[in-house]
Ligand binder design. Structure first.
Ligand SMILES: C[S@@+](CC[C@H](N)C(=O)[O-])C[C@H]1O[C@@H](n2cnc3c(N)ncnc32)[C@H](O)[C@@H]1O
Length: 262
């Protein structure tokens, strides 16, 4: 597939990955993830589904919009935002046939400027880890708090340092599909607590181009996240090991935090 004079193109995160993201993530059980989110929010006071006044949810870093679309199909009113225009284009095309489609927009975390609008804010699948500075995490959480109605809920997850050290400290994987292939090179810099994943993507249709995306994520400890939750005016209601609703352990790969605006 690669010709000897292929151009190596460095592109922004998700610029090329967006079009293959759903295939790369085909192992992820988004239906169960959306159900987990819906159940944990409902059990903690999110308004019940109703035609007149459905729960109003903002999903930040919604990616290709799978969870947002499932929640809409189940009767929630959903706004879903993401920094990547390429991811948002795919999200819109997924839900175009729906009557009650999510309202997708291209927005960065720190552009959140809604005031007391949402019953719940979601930010799933390691997305908070894209905030590289602790100050930005704090700013984002404060903006989330402002965007929530009184007693509104914030559900997000982080990938843990255990996950980075165990599976992504120095690894390489690749997959070949019918019309594209990609390689993922992962490295964890534990002195900096930075997870780096470099994707090299080739499309059958563009044999003269190789797209390279470098993704950097900051790994935060559970202790740090708990401190920020408290500092930014939330009560921590539940921590879950992945989507299990079981208390996380030192070997959890992903931890969800459910918080309520104080
Ligand atoms: C691992 S993907 C998760 C996407 C989706 N939540 C899912 O479950 O598939 C991380 C997402 O975070 C988005 N993202 C990264 N940095 C962002 C930022 N500063 N503001 C908003 N979204 C961001 C990316 O564009 C990407 O769609």
């Amino acid at each position: 597939m690669i010709s000897s004079n292929s151009d190596l193109l460095n592109v922004s995160p998700y610029e090329a990955l967006a079009s293959i993201y759903d295939s790369v993530m085909s192992h992820v059980d988004y239906s169960s993830w959306a159900q987990f989110a819906f159940d944990i929010l409902s059990d903690n006071g999110m308004p019940a589904i109703s035609e007149d006044n459905p729960p109003y949810i903002l999903e930040y870093a919604c990616g290709t919009g799978i969870v947002a679309t499932i929640l809409s199909m189940n009767g929630c009113r959903v706004d879903a935002w993401d920094k990547s225009p390429e991811m948002i284009t795919i999200a819109r095309s997924r839900s175009v046939v729906l009557e009650n489609a999510p309202q997708f927009s291209v927005k960065e975390f720190l552009q959140l400027d809604a005031i007391e609008r949402y019953d719940a804010v979601l930010c799933l699948y390691d997305s908070v880890n894209y905030l590289m500075e602790l100050e930005d995490v704090i700013d984002f959480f404060i903006k989330v708090k402002t965007a929530l109605k009184p007693s509104g809920l914030f559900l997000f997850d982080i990938c843990t340092e255990f996950n980075s050290k165990r599976y992504f400290s120095s690894s390489e994987s690749n997959e070949v599909f019918e019309d594209f292939s990609y390689n993922r090179n992962s490295r964890y810099y534990d002195d900096l607590m930075i997870q780096e994943n470099v994707f090299t993507i080739m499309f059958e249709e563009q044999p003269d181009k190789i797209f390279v995306e470098t993704h950097k994520q900051r790994i935060y400890t559970v202790k740090t996240i708990r401190r920020i939750i408290n500092k930014t005016g939330f009560d921590l209601l539940e921590e879950s090991d992945n989507i299990s609703r079981i208390v996380p352990t030192k070997s959890s790969l992903r931890v969800h935090f459910l918080c309520r605006k104080k």
